[in-house]
Design a protein around this ligand. Structure first.
Ligand code: NOJ
Ligand code: NOJ
Length: 428
């Protein structure tokens, strides 16, 4: 009887492991990283200007039903362009030119409101149905893309192109970067919807990327002799910094303050949005840098909360699958690839910061290994064709939600890039 029971339990375990795992985990870890990089780059490029869309369109996903993500979201698109800039794959210059052109079209016709309009049809027109708007992270992220590009062009002495197309330094400007910066500088204090499009309030993520946009933008303004704008942007960035400090509570970063509309269920104020804010708001200027104890506390707090929340975390690799936030009910509330990958990216950046500040090698190596465990968790849930959806089921581990989510691929690539940077610092 006992033997029979043991057998039955073993059998169940075998079935369970085959359910939650997939073929991708049969690959050696290094092999998987290489293969996943290739697929991620290909699938991102496939989601940019696909047939039937206006050039420059970045679809969030090819999925047109359940969910319908066949739109250009300002946030997803900008984060995708940032990954392309960081990794340098495809033809960045040509892709950025298309992105510049479509941005002009979006800015000229933002429909319902202003530049905080979050989502556009693939023909360049704004989506006019009911939605959480405005979302002010979009123009900030887009400004970071253009500021990066302008910096690169100015370094190559392409002043005329920058002035004619990206930042003209005129009052009431029609040039894309200046328009986004003006919007961010004037509207960062406005209550707006968060990156998950659910809560209207003040958000750390949005403020973090706004601060970064203004500081990078001020540098461009300075180089183009737009002195007034430069000091205005810097002044606003300083005010944002002070505002951000109010999000530090109980030694960790809170996601949202002063919510006035939308979901009210996010009582824990635990949200992976803050890790994304640390990643995309980082200026390597010592402000909330990856060796700050607040970062560590925020990360550990999220880990303990998600660890017990999802059944998938009870078996498989030790790395913890992350969702967006514990109270999430979208598709019943599951882990997401992009948030789990953000956790890995933060761990690698913590490892690099520890290496650079000459922390004991054991500590550096441990952070790096923790990053790898999280990547192995991702590998565990990736299907054999290495295509990434938005989510994976919290119980079975199977992929679900939007197929080929562009942002999932971008998150893999930037996490991998952070891994390489950590490795280089470790081997120095
Ligand atoms: C679509 C949004 O994009 C998503 O973030 C949200 O959770 C659902 N709508 C439900 O509100
Ligand atoms: C839902 C996510 O919550 C939101 O952040 C994203 O912009 C859209 N999906 C499109 O991917």
């Amino acid at each position: 009887m006992v033997r029979y029971l043991v057998k039955l339990i073993m059998l169940n375990l075998v079935i369970l492991t085959t359910i939650v795992s997939s073929d991708a985990h049969a690959l050696d870890f290094q092999e998987w990283l290489t293969a996943q990089k290739k697929v991620s780059e290909e699938q991102i490029l496939a989601n940019i200007s696909p047939k039937g869309t206006l050039a420059g369109t970045v679809i969030a996903s090819p999925s047109r039903t359940n969910p319908d993500y066949y739109y250009h979201w300002i946030r997803d698109a900008a984060l995708t362009m940032l990954a392309i800039q960081e990794l340098g794959f495809g033809a960045p210059e040509a892709l950025l030119k298309d992105f510049l052109n479509i941005t002009k079209i979006h800015q000229d016709n933002s429909g319902n409101g202003n530049l905080g309009e979050p989502k556009y049809l693939v023909n360049g027109e704004p989506y006019t149905g009911p939605w959480g708007r405005p979302q002010n992270d979009g123009p900030a992220l887009r400004a970071i893309v253009f500021a990066n590009w302008a910096t690169q062009l100015l370094n190559q002495n392409q002043l005329t192109f920058v002035k004619d197309n990206i930042y003209d330094g005129q009052w009431d400007s029609k040039s894309p970067l200046k328009r986004d910066l003006q919007y961010v500088a004037h509207h960062w204090q406005d209550l707006n919807f968060d990156l998950w499009e659910e809560v209207k309030g003040e958000h750390y993520f949005t403020l973090a990327v706004s601060r970064k946009a203004l500081i990078l933008g001020a540098e461009i303004a300075g180089r183009l002799n737009d002195r007034g704008a430069m000091s205005y942007y810097l002044g606003q960035a300083e005010l944002i910094k002070n505002k951000i400090l109010t999000f530090v509570r109980n030694k960790r970063l809170y996601a949202t303050l002063n919510s006035v509309e939308g979901l009210t269920s996010k009582s824990s104020n635990r949200d992976v949005a803050v890790l994304l804010g640390l990643i995309h708001g980082d200026l390597q200027d010592g402000f909330l840098s990856f060796d700050n104890p607040i970062v560590n506390e925020t990360l550990r707090d999220l880990q303990s909360s998600f660890n017990s929340l999802y059944i998938v975390n009870w078996s498989g690799p030790a790395g913890i699958a992350f969702g967006r936030y514990p109270e999430d009910v979208y598709y019943n509330g599951n882990p997401w690839f992009l948030t789990t990958l953000a956790q890995a990216e933060v761990l690698y950046k913590m490892a690099k910061a520890a290496a650079l500040s000459a922390k004991p090698l054991k500590k550096v190596q441990s952070l790096f290994d923790q990053g790898d465990l999280v990547m192995k968790r991702v590998q565990f849930h990736v299907p054999s064709d290495l295509h990434l959806t938005e989510q994976f089921d919290k119980t079975s581990g199977f992929c679900l939600g939007a197929t080929d989510l562009t942002w999932s691929y971008a998150s893999f690539l930037t996490a991998l890039h952070a891994r390489e940077a950590a490795l280089a610092a470790l081997n120095k």
